[in-house]
Design a protein. Sequence first.
Length: 115
Amino acid sequence: QVQLVESGGGLVHPGGSLRLSCVASGRIFSIDTMDWYRQAPGKQRELVASSTTARTPNYADSVKGRFTISRDVAKNTVYLQMNSLKPEDTAVYYCKAIYWGQDYWGQGTLVTVSS
């Protein structure tokens, strides 16, 4: 089993920045892929950024150039640095890990971008 805990969400003004963290724990050796998703009210959950070991990260077009995903593999932690935030970035952000072919999700952290 893999447990994921996100942190770092909050209220920020447009143009501001936030850094999300997601720590994986449990009986795990190493996790190959860790992703960030988000779900805005009334919308489907969407992939924001994806990090797979030894591969170039992937980003949704809407966040390219503003968001950066990074990993600390030794700590089984993934980060999402979010800059130049816009009101449309408001959503619950979820961390997902793929471990031995199974998806594991965190509980989510709310990001609100508002003036």
